[in-house]
Design a binder for this molecule. Structure first.
Ligand SMILES: [Fe+2]
Ligand SMILES: [Fe+2]
Length: 305
């Protein structure tokens, strides 16, 4: 039995009791599970938009196919996680309208667009690898329909991860010096964003958070961040990307990764007020909801007489 430090109950106890949709759940559990699934559904769907903008501009047919496949997968992830939320009482339309009308927030990494094609490989590699680390922890969580959805999603995320490696490798081996510099800059721009994606540093009381005591959140933000850095930095080095030790380095004395802390004040501002693309994505989702309204009504209520 592993004993966690501090105030929490031990992990084996915290994660032992699993729930199916029809099981009796502790007070607040259903809402917490719905929140985590609907939050992910939104992230999967809006997370498509920066990539979809590049479909027409992909440099060749093979890349276009890969990008189209990734986009389809991500929309599928949105459906699968929205379905989990829906079963728990949050309609999928609400997930989108809450976003379109400004009632829900978006993860910090989805507030941007890609300025160049060369930016996409390293950014997607950072995004996919961090999603995989997150999901591989979350799939040990206590809500079984969500855990099953994640295990399905992970298989496709692994494909995206390899696509991102391939794309970055192509730029770093066949690209011009300018293109390689763009990939390098992408890594430096996106690394702090992805460090922040794991959430704020652990506090002394993180184990009292209901998401954590319910076993919906499995590991702490700092644990996941470290785990991810340990895995991903060597991958970038192998691809020929320089990892500035001021940005991230392994400290032999501490036996852990030290990294330049993201600008948490700026991250908080982006989460609250929105980054450069938030308004654009909101308008896009609002427009889609409106355009598809007639079809949705027919699907839900039947063809009008
Ligand atoms: Fe996904
Ligand atoms: Fe993905």
């Amino acid at each position: 039995m592993t004993i966690t430090q501090g105030h929490g109950i031990d992990d084996d106890t915290r994660l032992a009791q699993k729930y199916e949709l029809w099981d009796e759940m502790p007070e607040g559990y259903r809402e917490a599970a719905a929140r985590i699934a609907s939050f992910q559904a939104l992230a999967e769907l809006v997370g498509v938009l920066p990539f979809a903008e590049w479909l027409d501009r992909a440099p060749d047919f093979e890349r276009k196919q890969m990008l189209a496949a990734k986009i389809q997968d991500e929309v599928g992830h949105g459906h699968v996680t929205a379905r989990v939320a829906e079963d728990l009482g949050v309609p999928r339309e609400q997930i989108l309208s809450d976003f379109a009308e400004g009632r829900s927030k978006l993860l910090n990494i989805f507030h941007y667009r890609f300025e160049t094609w060369e930016e996409i490989g390293p950014a997607a590699l950072l995004m996919n690898s961090s999603a995989i680390v997150q999901f591989q922890a979350l799939d040990k969580g206590t809500y079984l329909p969500y855990a099953r959805a994640l295990r399905k999603i992970e298989k496709e995320e692994s494909f995206h991860y390899h696509h991102a490696i391939d794309l970055t490798h192509q730029t770093m081996t066949l690209g011009t010096p300018e293109q390689r510099a763009l990939a390098q800059r992408s890594f430096e721009t996106w690394l702090p964003r992805l460090l922040a994606y794991f959430g704020p540093p652990d506090t002394d009381t993180y184990q009292q958070n209901p998401m954590y005591t319910f076993g919906l959140k499995v590991k702490s933000n700092d644990q996941l961040r470290q785990e991810w850095l340990t895995k991903i930095v060597p991958v970038f080095r192998d691809l020929g990307i320089q990892v500035d030790p001021d940005l991230a380095r392994f400290d032999e004395d501490l036996q852990e990764w030290v990294y330049a802390a993201p600008d948490w004040i700026e991250i908080k501002r982006i989460l609250n007020e929105g980054g450069p693309m938030l308004a654009h994505w909101r308008a896009h989702i609002a427009g889609t909801l409106e355009r598809n309204g007639t079809y949705r009504d027919i699907a839900l209520e039947g063809v009008p007489a």
